[in-house]
Design a protein around this ligand. Sequence first.
Ligand code: ADP
Ligand code: ZN
Length: 293
Amino acid sequence: MRVGALEAGGTKMVCAVAEVDGKESWEILDRISLPTETPEKTVPAMLSYFKGKGIEALGIACFGPVDLHKDSPTYGCITTTPKLEWAGYDIVGIFEKELGIPVGFDTDVNGSLLGEAYYGCARGLKNSIYITIGTGVGAGIMTNGQMLHGMLHPEAGHITLHRHEKDADFQGKCPFHDSCLEGLAAGPAIEKRWGKKAADLADVPEVWEMEAYYIAQALVNFILVLSPEKIILGGGVMHQEQLFPLIRKEVSRQMNGYIKTAQMENLDDYIVGASLGDNQGILGACRLALEAL
Ligand code: ADP
Ligand code: ZN
């Protein structure tokens, strides 16, 4: 079945057309990436991309916060985003109206997790979590086979963390919280603390030791609360492959033997990178399109 997929991000909009079935097969036929400007500029360009492509449904995995409650008057809208031109924008409504096809909708991180859960390394699992560490930090959560939405949707990037002993005086980057995961560990926080872009700090061990300390602390909390069967880490900062062994070691140290499961015995298989080569978000959006049908 031919579907459209939109990975709507704060910096870029990735639009794709794919052939997917309800099981495991997928082929991305075409894709474009557009800078995220204003809705007036960017939405018509996306509409003209999708029009005439023969798609039967569209899935949107969107930056947020977004309204996911089907019975809410503002369902399908981006809500209080700091990208002010998009605040309150009815992104689902415009595509439904202009394309005349069903539109599926979820957060960007739930989209990435859906991709991994149907086509990637979390296939067959009913409880998994995808954490992106990039410009911000976000988590998509599947619990008992369902994407977790709840009151709003998880905003797990903003959980409070203990400071690293050498980081007591750093003023974090989150305007809302003194000591949250995003404010201490997203790409902009690394750049602010160390005075260089994260990608240019690859050979400074203290940077990654501290980063692993924060990410591991978050993972320990997620493990204790959500009991995931797989933890997937993505986003620009996780391009630093040396983080993975540091994070696993630190999770083990902080958990201190409290949880004994097969997964905790084999952290190489439990805490992993995204498996779909940056297609997870688009493939998750394809799943959202299938679900909308
Ligand atoms: P976004 O979160 O905006 O969708 P990314 O996931 O690419 O995009 O995250 C961008 C952030 O990741 C930036 O803060 C950047 O400094 C950081 N980043 C990008 N590439 C790397 C890299 N190779 N190593 C470390 N950090 C990186
Ligand atoms: Zn915060």
